[in-house]
Write a protein that binds this ligand. Structure first.
Ligand SMILES: C[S@@+](CC[C@H](N)C(=O)[O-])C[C@H]1O[C@@H](n2cnc3c(N)ncnc32)[C@H](O)[C@@H]1O
Length: 263
């Protein structure tokens, strides 16, 4: 059963999102999120309403704009090693030039359990999960959640499929195994993938989109020709990469009120 991406709730958020999307400051975001994942992020943020959001991977700033639009009151931290690519900056957000793992979060956030980490940084998702546990983060979202054999980073979806992630000539390759997934799941209250809005015949890699190869939740609209599918979503349907959210179990989150509180 869906906890975050409830189909009916998503459908009811759609018109408001599309209205907002028309006012986006970055019109051309090739290499960043298109309307499908911006919509997924919008719906989950409006549902969870985290007090703090850490955005890892800013690029031009389309994600920052979306986070700020969905959460006018949140404190947002934006991390990217290439700040020169940022063209839209939020005056209320904090821009840090450090990897998520290298920041002293106790200087910025007084309750990590109220914090959501949004990763669109193409880093190893299992490592990010380990880092979240270290800091006691409440939620983590991964935009590039590629299935086995696709994409440029080791993902939770690949781990859950027991897939390998080979890196040529590298000591850091992952062998075919579901061991990481079994380890990771112990810390999760839930793991949930966003459903696609509609499913095109082919994936972004040109493969035929079959369930055995690309296990995917039922789309919000079964027929891509359904007149309710907005043109923006239809055009972007191939960009879907199984965006997912993890909630960490309460006992692994760092609460300001818990023994020790903010370290
Ligand atoms: C795909 S883009 C992000 C797109 C953005 N979320 C959007 O929708 O517009 C990936 C970004 O991750 C950044 N990046 C690479 N390594 C990173 C790291 N360790 N921490 C944070 N960002 C990183 C890159 O510089 C790049 O700007």
């Amino acid at each position: 059963m869906a906890v975050i991406f409830d189909e009916n709730a998503m459908r009811s958020e759609m018109a408001g999102f599309l209205e907002l999307y028309e006012r986006r400051p970055i019109q051309q975001n090739q290499g960043g999120m298109g309307p499908t994942h911006l919509f997924g992020l919008y719906t989950l943020l409006r549902k969870i309403k985290p007090k703090f959001v850490i955005e890892s991977g800013v690029y031009k700033g389309a994600g920052t704009w979306l986070i700020r639009s969905a959460l006018p009151e949140a404190e947002i931290f934006c991390l990217d090693p290439k700040p020169a690519s940022i063209s839209w900056k939020d005056p209320q957000s904090h821009y840090l030039e450090r990897d998520f793992a290298c920041v002293d979060w106790s200087r910025h956030i007084d309750d990590m359990s109220e914090c959501l980490l949004f990763c669109d940084d193409h880093q190893n998702a299992i490592r990010r999960i380990q880092e979240c546990l270290w800091f006691g983060v409440g939620y983590a979202v991964f935009e590039d959640n590629y299935p086995t054999g696709k994409g440029d980073c080791y993902t939770l979806k690949t781990a859950s499929e027991g897939g390998s992630f080979p890196i040529p000539d590298s000591f850091n390759s992952y062998e075919r195994s579901d061991y990481n997934w079994r380890c990771a799941k112990r810390f999760f209250e839930f793991y949930e993938e966003m459903p696609p809005i509609c499913i095109p015949e082919q994936t972004r890699w040109g493969d035929i989109w079959t369930q055995d190869k690309f296990h995917t939740r039922a789309p919000l609209f079964a027929d891509p020709r359904d007149p309710h599918v907005a043109a923006q979503f239809l055009k972007d349907a191939g960009a879907y990469t199984w965006l997912c959210i993890v909630k960490f179990r309460q006992q692994f989150q760092l609460h300001s009120s818990s023994a020790g509180g903010v370290i």
